[in-house]
Design a protein around this ligand. Structure first.
Ligand code: ADP
Ligand code: MG
Length: 395
């Protein structure tokens, strides 16, 4: 069982809050603040209720030693602007300055630790580093769902030092919505899967087949499935090593009586950059062309199969949506989801971007910020960051 931050006893306590502030930077400026904004509700809540707040995150891959290019200074400035109260940036994670500030009743109330990955102990989950972090606070809160698939000092090792621990609002929401797909309390449930690589999605497909009522596959990964069914795919992306597992997955779907829908037409072109995209009349693709989007018949078929669903999961764009000639399949399925009124859960960075592009982000029940962690959760794995937070059921 996970406790939510709102159930924890934080009054007058020092709270350690792990967040995912791994934001993109260009010349020291944050170019996309979504990850920080997503944790602001938890930060606001704790800044008001807790005695002291210690915020910690990783940023980039500094490789276990301090590197000013990966300093959290830009994040500190952004937080001060957003919260309009002082946030003190620490010189390191658990060094003497931080300990002194926290020991001093007049010390700063909100401290942002410097990049956790400046210390080699973070990624190796070093027990000493974990204990040093744990010593800073009385209560542990994790809002970094996007880092929950890593057993690092700040997500796993330090957590066992705390009795009072729980999930921030963002972390709780991620677990709640992704669990809903796995427990499927409402039916029918649809899964739409796309994206570039079959091998990335095998685990999810295997875990979802027994739980959902229909599966729709598009994107580059569809070509390996079509090929396994003996359909001509021309020069479309093919993962030869995955043909056998694609066949197994389709057999499993048949055994579970779960319709497994593949594209029935495509937008194909001579090459990614070629100016000759055209719709194919059926599922086959001529030898010199590659499929780069689902065609209009497929988009209509998928929309029809989504019209009455109660719950939907979508991961993976259905075409090379970054290019205008190949975005219409992805955009029309996004709109079909919004029109269906289903509880729609969108996972994967590119898929979230595609839903925004289609202008229907507001209609989705949940846009996961979880990236790889969300995908592993949907594969049915117990994430180390989730396991560490678990507490026994209250008697
Ligand atoms: P997510 O980030 O949502 O998990 P993925 O990373 O699995 O999604 O896949 C997204 C990528 O797949 C996009 O860059 C998109 O252009 C690519 N893609 C989808 N369909 C095709 C296709 N038919 N041919 C080439 N690339 C494709
Ligand atoms: Mg991606």
């Amino acid at each position: 069982m996970l406790r939510n931050v709102s159930e924890l006893d934080v009054g007058g306590k020092t709270v350690f809050l792990r967040v995912d502030f791994n934001v993109p930077l260009a010349d020291g400026t944050i170019t996309e603040t979504h990850r920080i904004d997503s944790s602001l509700p938890t930060i606001r809540f704790l800044a008001e209720k807790a005695g002291r707040l210690v915020i910690a995150s990783h940023l980039g891959r500094p490789g276990g030693s301090p590197d000013p290019r990966w300093s959290l200074a830009p994040v500190q400035r952004y937080l001060e602007r957003k919260r309009s109260l002082p946030v003190q940036l620490a010189p390191d994670c658990a060094g003497p300055a931080v300990r002194q500030w926290l020991a001093d009743p007049e010390g700063p109330r909100v401290v942002l630790l410097e990049n956790l990955r400046f210390d080699p102990g973070e990624e190796t989950n070093d027990p000493e580093f974990a204990a040093a972090l744990a010593n800073l606070a009385d209560v542990y809160v994790n809002d970094a769902f996007g880092a929950a698939h890593r057993a690092h000092a700040s997500t796993a090792g330090m957590v066992e030092h705390f009795r009072e621990k729980g999930a921030g609002f963002l972390f709780s929401q991620e677990v709640e919505y992704l669990s809903r797909i796995l427990s499927a309390p409402e039916h029918p449930v649809a899964a739409i899967l796309g994206g570039a690589k079959v091998s990335d999605k095998i685990g999810i497909l295997k875990n979802l087949i027994p739980r959902v009522d229909r599966i729709m596959v598009g994107g580059a990964m569809a070509y390996t499935f079509l090929s396994a069914r003996g359909v001509a795919i021309g020069r479309s992306l093919l993962e030869r090593d995955s043909i056998a597992v694609a066949r197994e997955i389709m057999e499993e779907a048949e055994r579970c009586r779960v319709p497994f829908l593949l594209p029935v037409d495509h937008v194909a072109a001579g090459d990614i950059g070629a100016g000759d995209p055209a719709v194919t009349p059926d599922a086959g693709i001529p030898g010199d062309r590659m499929g780069l989007d689902i065609g209009p018949k497929t988009a209509a078929l998928f929309a029809d199969k989504l019209a009455n669903v109660a719950l939907a999961l979508w991961n993976g764009p259905l075409g090379l949506f970054e290019r205008e000639p190949f975005q219409s399949g992805t955009v029309s399925v996004a709109r079909a989801l919004s029109a269906s009124g289903a509880t729609s859960i969108i996972a994967g960075g590119d898929t979230v971007a595609a839903v925004r592009l289609a202008g229907v982000a507001e209609d989705m029940a949940h846009l996961s910020t979880g990236g790889g962690a969300a995908l592993e959760f949907l594969e049915g794995k117990t994430l180390p960051g989730v396991r560490a937070l678990e507490v026994g059921d209250p008697i």
